[in-house]
Design a protein around this ligand. Structure first.
Ligand code: GRF
Length: 209
């Protein structure tokens, strides 16, 4: 049974997709052990409570230094004894020590087809604004392992989504969530939970059979 902690900062629609996928049996062999947020007001925490999942807040504002926050977050995650950490709209930089301890055991959902529209400053609506400004015809989402870079770890799954005429950033964001993010993240967790994902020479290898 894969023990999973989900880290969130906002509305939690990706968390909800994971919760629903576990309930529907689309994610197997998995236990959602806890939801951790930096933001005590995140609606994602309400989603966790409603699903009977432990909700934990570790806010940088509660610590006098970034180092103290990093230690508190790392200690909290370690105490949960999880196998996988899922970043589902988590907007705080992950402590390097956590990435070292959980190498290739932290995954992130990014709302673009990496390496497009990713890296520092590309998050949330900004990603979709940049895509529309560039005039791309296809966007999408990516699930990747987290390394010490920003959106640079091994790519696990991607899914393309069409840009439609008259799309606004909000409309495009919603379509990418519905058609890509909410499908990819549960699929990636299920693959990992069933031993179907490995990393070879810095690239994720998936057994789809
Ligand atoms: C999503 O757009 C996701 O791609 C990005 O942050 C947003 C989180 O949304 N990483 P939600 O909190 O899951 O609704």
């Amino acid at each position: 049974m894969l023990r999973v902690a989900v880290m969130v900062s906002g509305g939690g629609t990706n968390l909800q997709a994971i919760i629903d996928a576990v309930a529907e049996g689309k994610i197997t062999n998995t236990e959602l052990v806890a939801v951790i947020s930096n933001n005590p007001g995140a609606y994602a925490l309400t989603r966790a409570k409603n699903a009977g999942i432990k909700d934990i807040v570790v806010s940088p504002k509660e610590y006098s230094s970034r180092a103290d926050f990093h230690k508190a977050l790392t200690d909290t995650v370690d105490s949960l004894k999880v196998d996988l950490i899922v970043l589902a709209g988590y907007l705080v930089v992950i402590p390097p020590e956590l990435i070292d301890k959980y190498e290739n055991r932290i995954i992130n959902i990014h709302p673009s087809l990496i390496p497009s529209f990713c890296g520092t400053g590309y998050y949330g609506l900004k990603v979709h604004e940049a895509a529309l400004n560039r005039g791309v015809k296809v966007v999408g989402a990516t699930v990747h392992f987290v390394d010490k870079g920003t959106d640079t770890g091994p790519i696990i799954l991607q899914k393309a989504v069409n840009v439609e005429p008259d799309d606004t950033p909000e409309i495009l964001q919603r379509r990418v969530m519905e058609q890509a993010e909410w499908k990819l993240l549960p699929e990636a967790i299920d693959l990992i939970a069933n031993g179907k994902v490995s990393v070879v020479d810095g690239k994720a290898v998936i057994q789809h059979n």
